[in-house]
Design a protein around this ligand. Sequence first.
Ligand code: C2E
Ligand code: MG
Ligand code: MG
Ligand code: MG
Length: 282
Amino acid sequence: QSSLQHGKGICHFTAAQARQIERRYQLGARLHSALEQGGLSLYFQAEVRAGDGRLQAAEALLRWHDPVLGEVSPAEFIPIAEHNGLIAGLSTWVIHHALAELKKWQHAGLDIKMAINLSACDLHDITLLGRIQAALHASGVDPTRLVIELTESAVMRNPLFAARQLAALRALGVAISLDDFGTGFSSFSLLRQLPLDTLKIDRSFITDIAGDDCAAAIVRTIISLARTLRLKTVAEGVETAAQASLLTASRVDLLQGYFFGKPLAAADFLRHAVAVCGNEPT
Ligand code: C2E
Ligand code: MG
Ligand code: MG
Ligand code: MG
């Protein structure tokens, strides 16, 4: 056990905690150089229309390969970036690269939307709108092709400010999707007031949908709530044909998950999209 002199008291922590603190520090430092030296990339995962399986959108998912640490999951490094102030730089990188990629795909005849994930810090950053406008301008992508995914908890951090930011983004033509929906604590009244376009139903509900009547009922309830609020729905984490057909019968709008495709590097995504998903070059 180690100890730190911390003000008047002494703070004890275990060897495992010490290793964790050290890893977080190391990741933060290495992430900084990855951002500057090209260690980051984007993978893209399909979102298809329920019913005909036609490709509608790609979600950009950040990947970090470190020469020493190997692949580090965004679930691990995004929270670190939120704490050490790197998140704004990371998100700007993601927005620019995702839109530049979409522009390339448009030239190749693939006309779909691009969804990107932003964090709570981005949402509460007053420079966000300007950065998104700049990236849209630089890429020449129409704003109506961009979807921004935010988790329920990101919006809940400061719902009033969030609502203003979201309204400003929507005024540009950008669509807003509430990610991991059902796991947060947003109230019905807030949902009604927030300027949203889509509810993205969390994977935890989808996983059990085929075997668990309760999970299936929750999903149907979310879908009917979304219809009442005039929002579209996306089911994330669809892994089986049974899940896909149940969701389609429940009238979900879009499906996403390993059953339709794992996240792919840009060139693979484009090749696959043009070959398999029926979006012939125009
Ligand atoms: P998310 O936005 O909810 O993304 C879905 C996650 O589930 C992705 O993990 C994806 O690879 C995975 N997934 C998709 N389909 C399936 C499936 O059928 N089965 C299973 N088991 N998993 C599936 P990933 O890429 O590791 O990302 C994890 C989370 O990290 C994301 O959750 C998102 O919250 C965050 N993230 C990823 N990229 C970015 C980014 O560029 N910026 C920010 N702020 N967050 C990001
Ligand atoms: Mg997402
Ligand atoms: Mg999600
Ligand atoms: Mg998720």
